[in-house]
Design a protein around this ligand. Structure first.
Ligand code: PEP
Ligand code: MN
Length: 348
């Protein structure tokens, strides 16, 4: 249940009074200030409490029972993120690119400059790697984070990197600009609350078997902490198909764009697991409305320390960036401008 307040009143006083009123009914609530309004989210089960009890609280404009269409993720105030000079969710698609894992300082610094030249707006790279096998490369940890910070300084690109625990959040805070929550941790509610409290932008990946509602629910955990800088990332789901590593669910992209206001990215690298499919699926993702792409790139793809089969070359990345811009331009209506004086004179 969410209480939305009138804006023409003394919000501080009214919200405090409302919280006291709720406490009298044994209900705890969380205040969230969004760009467009201020809301109180009631954290307890109110399914048996009649709505009029809440609508009669002074200053309350609207009482909303939370369903798929009326969550914090649907608030218009969460539709854009500004990270450095880049705005995600503003229209033109944004490409985030880099290796699956940070491999060495020299490597990530050089690759950061390369992906920037290809048109990427942000750098990705894992320092903590959630690997299916404990015998596979697990990432460079804190050294990897330090290398990312070097790459950020050398290229000017903001950095996205995965955190898997509260300890990682603390360690990564000074080195990265966006916390990535990986597919395996989408259900880790304590971690979601932790990145919510950290107040940094979050790139939240869909778990491999999560429904769209569960995905939105996970985002809601972060938003509820007052951190409205959340972007969703579709990265493929597990199906009966074995030719590809996952099945990229583009239904989810269009659905999330209508069910939420949050920016939606697509990861065609994990979504397919095959480098020859990354470019076509990138095109499809932009065509169906994705706000950006998260792509694994390596200067020598076959030598990648992790996820080599899905790594593309910088040359292909450049083509994908060009495709994304061309598709976006083709699908975006140009504003009708008044004909220039010269044309008008000639025409009449
Ligand atoms: C990654 O982006 O490197 C990664 C591990 O992704 P996912 O969590 O989607 O598997
Ligand atoms: Mn990977």
């Amino acid at each position: 249940m969410i209480l939305i307040f009138k804006t023409d009143c003394n919000l501080e006083q009214v919200v405090t009074k409302a919280q006291e009123e709720l406490e009298k009914h044994g209900l705890s609530s969380q205040r969230v200030d969004t760009q467009s309004s201020c809301v109180l989210v009631i954290l307890d089960d109110v399914s048996t409490v009649p709505t009029h009890i809440f609508s009669h609280i002074p200053g309350v404009e609207k009482v909303v029972r939370v369903g798929p269409q009326c969550s914090l993720a649907f608030d218009k105030g969460v539709s854009r993120l500004k990270i450095g000079d880049t705005i995600i969710g503003a229209g033109r698609p944004v490409v985030i690119a880099g290796p699956c894992s940070v491999e060495s300082e020299e490597h990530i610094v050089s690759l950061a400059k390369t992906v920037r030249r290809c048109g990427a707006a942000m750098l990705r790279g894992g320092a903590y790697k959630p690997r299916t096998s404990p015998y596979d490369f697990q990432g460079l940890g804190l050294d990897g984070l330090r290398h990312l910070a070097q790459a950020r300084a050398a290229s000017g690109l903001p950095v996205v990197s995965e955190v898997m625990s509260a300890e990682h959040v603390e360690l990564a805070y000074e080195h990265v600009d966006v916390f990535q929550i990986g597919a395996r941790n989408m259900y880790n509610y304590d971690l979601l609350k932790e990145v919510g409290r950290a107040g940094r932008p979050v790139l939240l990946k869909r778990a491999m078997s999560a429904t769209i509602q569960e995905f939105i629910g996970a985002a809601e955990y972060i938003l509820l902490q007052g951190n409205l800088q959340v972007m969703l990332c579709e990265r493929g789901i597990r199906t009966f198909e074995t030719h590809t590593r996952n099945t990229l669910d583009l239904n989810a992209v269009a659905a999330l764009k209508s069910l939420t206001s949050l920016p939606v990215l697509v990861d065609p690298s994990h979504g397919t697991g095959r480098r020859e499919l990354v470019r076509p699926l990138s095109r499809a993702a932009i065509a169906c409305g994705a706000d950006g792409l998260l792509i694994e790139v390596h200067d020598h793809p076959n030598h990648s320390l992790s996820d080599a089969d899905q790594a593309i070359t910088p040359g292909v990345l450049q083509e994908i960036v060009n495709d994304a811009n061309r598709i976006y331009d083709a699908l975006t209506p140009t504003p009708v401008s008044a004909p220039s004086a010269a044309v008008t004179a000639g025409a009449f």
